[in-house]
Design a binder for this molecule. Structure first.
Ligand code: 5RP
Length: 230
C-alpha cells in the first residue's frame, strides 16, 4: 500500500504528462501540486518549453527553484491548462479549495484556463461538500461583520485563520475565515451569496470550473475522469 505522500507523487507525475511543448500552464499550490512541480522541473531541464502561471507566491518560489519559466497572469491571454489540488471534490466535480490559503489566485488562474485538472488522493472525494471548513477570504477591515453575517444567515461558526498566533495574511493582503458548514447542499447558491457580501473577496467553492480529475488510490491505481457539466 502506498503512503499518502507516494500517492500524491504518482498523481503529480501523471498530471505532468498533460503539459505539452509550447503550452502555458497554471500550476497549483499545495503538497500534491508540489510533486507536479518537481516532475515539471525535470522535464523543463530535459528541454520541455513551457510557460507557467503560478497560483501562489510559494508555487512561484518552487517553480523558480526548478528553473520553470514563469509568466504573469496579466501577460497571458489564455492558459491552456491549469493543474491544481483540492480539499474536497464532490460527484459533480464541485470543489472546496483554499486549505493552503491560495484560493483567490487559484480561482483567478483557473477562470482564465481552458481546462482545470484536479489532482488528489482518494481521501478528497466526498458525497457532499462541507466537512472541510470552507475558506472565505475577507478584507481585514471590518472582518467581524462578515463573520456575524455568516452566523446570522447560516448559523455557522467560523475561525479566523492564524499563523504563529497572528491572523494569517494571504498573498494578496487579506484574512481567511474558515467556516464550519458541515454540509453544503447547494454550493452553487452559497458561492454567489458569499461573494456578494461586502468585505468578502472570494471563497473556496469552485463551481463548474474543474474539467477533469486525476485521483490516486493506496493500491497504486490512478483514475482519470472527465467532468461532464449539466
Ligand atoms: C491551496 C489549495 C490546495 O490545492 C488544497 O489545499 C489541497 O492541498 P494538498 O494537495 O496539500 O492536499 O487549495 O490553497
Amino acid at each position: 500500500m502506498l503512503s499518502a505522500n507516494d500517492i500524491k507523487q504518482k498523481v503529480g507525475e501523471q498530471a505532468a504528462q498533460l503539459i505539452k511543448p509550447g503550452m502555458t500552464a497554471g500550476i497549483g499550490t499545495g503538497s500534491t501540486a508540489y510533486w507536479l512541480l518537481m516532475a515539471l522541473g525535470k522535464k523543463v531541464q530535459e528541454g520541455l518549453a513551457i510557460r507557467c502561471v503560478p497560483t501562489s507566491r510559494e508555487t512561484a518560489r518552487l517553480a523558480a527553484a526548478q528553473h520553470i519559466p514563469l509568466v504573469e497572469l496579466n501577460d497571458t491571454a489564455a492558459i491552456d491548462i491549469t493543474i491544481d489540488g483540492a480539499d474536497e471534490i464532490d460527484p459533480q466535480g464541485q470543489l472546496i479549495k483554499g486549505g493552503g490559503g491560495a484560493l483567490l489566485q487559484e480561482k483567478m488562474v483557473a477562470a482564465a484556463s481552458r481546462q482545470l485538472v484536479i489532482i488528489a488522493d482518494h481521501t478528497k472525494l466526498v458525497q457532499q461538500l462541507g466537512a472541510f471548513p470552507l475558506p472565505v477570504e475577507v478584507i481585514p477591515f471590518g472582518w467581524k461583520q462578515v463573520q456575524r453575517r455568516i452566523r446570522e444567515i447560516y448559523h455557522v461558526d467560523s475561525n479566523l485563520r492564524l499563523k504563529d498566533n497572528q491572523p494569517l495574511i494571504t498573498d494578496h493582503g487579506h484574512y481567511i475565515l474558515d467556516c464550519h458548514f458541515g454540509q453544503i447542499p447547494d454550493a452553487f447558491t452559497l458561492n454567489i451569496t458569499l461573494n456578494t457580501m461586502p468585505g468578502v473577496v472570494d471563497n473556496g467553492l469552485f463551481i463548474r470550473m474543474a474539467t477533469s480529475t486525476i485521483i490516486g488510490y493506496p493500491d497504486g491505481t490512478i483514475r482519470q475522469s472527465a467532468i461532464v457539466s449539466e
